[in-house]
Ligand binder design. Structure first.
Ligand SMILES: [Zn+2]
Length: 559
């Protein structure tokens, strides 16, 4: 531990064979060398930290080796190989185009190109991040690339292939480096941990590999960081604390609660995660990823897509057996939608809670037709647009103040009068009743509705939304339908996006959740308000036809 060398340096691969996770590609390169079919220019593309520069260096070493092994690897013993391994070979020239992207930098390189190697056969020029070269530098380089001397080989590396101009692309042999699989990263980390005598839990290495997202270099630097942090004993716990990764155990617990239909429990677990300091976006994308993993475990055919250690896999397999496939499809669909909506939602916490409630509800099978009627959703959405399910109403009995069981709009909830579906049950049972099992149906008048609507507008912070709400009057129609007639598509969109929250607010105010909300553009001509510039113009011309002449005479342009 005292002489700990940064893994990325110490364990940099020295032969094609030891490159992690790019087997097909290294085999092709090796074959090209063995068959002496070398191109003058190569383009190595792929994400950062997957071995592009490393492969370029091994390539340079191998083509200069005086004593190639039978399987086409550098011997690492001849004078040339030694010079490469000790970083003193003159046959390799590296340019980082990220910081040296001027014409002068390229000229310095092309001047070098003319000089033949003194030892070995080839000089290799590696230009890293080649997409960063300025256009002038690109052009200066193009000439050399078109007519390179026999001894010169160029290896261009980039993370952004699409930024390379076609004239360069067409002159290069292109190699696409892929992300390294979790298993390959874990295997390599296991090997390094063993060599360094660092004790590691397999789950810990798996978490590191997940975090590294396919990059070996990142995996190694995270590994080093965790080793120094945990004093040589790398546990799963130490990794997730150090990397601020959410323990998947939470997802297991959440899913168990959801499967059991325990809304309150799922909300409590969610609260616990938030208290740990995790961001909602992180939680929701983590949850969506978790459902995906459980889904791929559900089918032996897709289980290969699930990259974790065996111990963890067993846990997932166990859970996947308990999850009906249709539930997983819904869970994925809804959590993905919530993930997308998250950024735009004004009440982010509520949005996530809605998802949990909706998922928990999905698993509850109504016992009878009567029951079914009573868990009718708060919101009836007729459009195909996926929208969050309605917010929950209050629990039957207000929970004690110190428990965080009622995170939803405290202070308003207790005022709601409830009609519990089974009023004969004792109080404790009523308390445990599902939040979704509530029907509010107090009668309300047109005035009550208008008052509630006004209150909704007044509490609104978004000025545009506020005036949209205050500018319209809700109409109470037959069949408990509340019609909101807006004036233009933008207003309609704004309200539709918020309709779950609007519905929830109105339900609280009116103590009734058995209504439908219809947000439509008004068809009453008296209500017509022009929206686009052209509509406004037509509207004004109708009021004052002289305007048309005015526009014509002054040759004005309507945009
Ligand atoms: Zn050699």
């Amino acid at each position: 531990m005292d002489n700990y060398i940064v893994s990325a340096r110490k364990y940099r691969p020295a032969t094609f064979h030891s490159v992690v996770g790019q087997k097909a590609l290294t085999t092709t390169l090796k074959n090209a060398i063995q068959n002496q079919k070398l191109a003058h220019a190569y383009l190595f593309c792929g994400p950062r930290g997957v071995g592009k520069t490393t492969c370029a260096r091994i390539f340079a070493k191998t083509i200069n080796c005086q004593n190639l092994s039978a399987d086409g690897e550098a011997c690492n013993e001849c004078e040339s190989c030694k010079a490469f391994n000790e970083n003193r070979s003159y046959n390799i020239y590296e340019l980082d185009a990220a910081s040296n992207n001027s014409v002068d930098d390229i000229r310095a390189l092309t001047d070098q190109v003319r000089i033949p190697p003194q030892l070995g056969k080839y000089k290799v020029y590696i230009i890293d991040e080649v997409h960063m070269l300025s256009t002038a530098a690109f052009n200066a380089f193009l000439k050399t690339l078109e007519e390179p001397p026999h001894h010169a080989i160029f290896i261009l590396a980039t993370t952004e292939k699409h930024k390379i101009i076609p004239t360069i692309l067409s002159r290069c042999q292109i190699y696409d480096f892929s992300r390294i699989s979790i298993n390959d990263i874990v295997d390599n980390l296991t090997y390094i941990a063993k060599s360094e005598q660092v004790a590691c839990e397999p789950e810990a290495l798996n978490a590191i590999a997940q975090k590294a997202d396919g990059g070996m270099r990142d995996a190694l630097s995270i590994f080093d960081q965790v080793v120094s942090f945990s004093g040589g004993n790398v546990t799963y716990q130490s990794v997730i604390e150090n990397l601020n990764v959410l323990d998947y155990d939470y997802y297991f617990r959440l899913t168990e609660a959801i499967l059991a239909g325990e809304v309150s429990q799922s909300l409590l677990i969610f609260d616990e995660i938030l208290r740990k300091g995790f961001d909602g976006q992180q939680i929701i994308s983590g949850l969506a990823g978790f459902f995906r993993d459980v889904l791929v475990c559900n089918d032996p055919a897709t289980i290969v897509l699930f990259e974790v250690g065996d111990a963890v896999k067993a846990k997932y397999l166990d859970l996947s057996q308990k999850c009906p496939v249709d539930f997983l499809y819904k869970a994925l669909e809804w959590s993905n939608q919530t993930d997308l909506d998250y950024r735009y939602s004004k009440n982010k916490r509520l949005l996530l809670e809605l998802l949990l409630i909706r998922l928990s509800q999905y698993n509850r099978q109504p016992a009878s037709a009567d029951d079914k009627k009573k868990i009718a959703p708060l919101l009836i959405v007729s459009s195909e647009q996926p929208l969050p399910e309605p917010p929950p109403a209050a629990p039957a009995v207000e929970p004690p103040a110190e428990t965080p069981a009622a995170p939803l709009k405290k202070g308003i909830l207790p005022s709601i009068s409830l009609k519990n579906p089974d009023a004969n049950k004792p109080a404790e049972t009523a308390q445990q009743a599902d939040l979704s099992n509530i029907v509010l149906e107090e009668a309300f008048s047109k005035e009550d509705l208008e008052r509630a609507w006004k209150a909704l507008g007044e509490k609104e912070d978004d000025t545009h939304l506020k005036f949209t709400i205050l500018g319209v009057t809700p109409e109470l129609q037959e069949g408990n339908r509340i019609r909101i007639g807006v004036f233009n598509p933008e207003q309609q969109h704004k309200l539709v996006v918020q309709q779950a929250e609007i519905k929830y607010f109105l339900a609280q105010q009116l103590r009734n959740n058995q209504f439908e909300l219809e947000i439509a553009i008004t068809d009453n001509p008296a209500d017509y308000l022009p929206y686009t510039n052209h509509e406004k113009y037509d509207f004004m011309v109708k009021k004052n036809p002289k305007l048309e002449n005015f526009v014509k005479n002054f040759d004005l342009l309507l945009v």
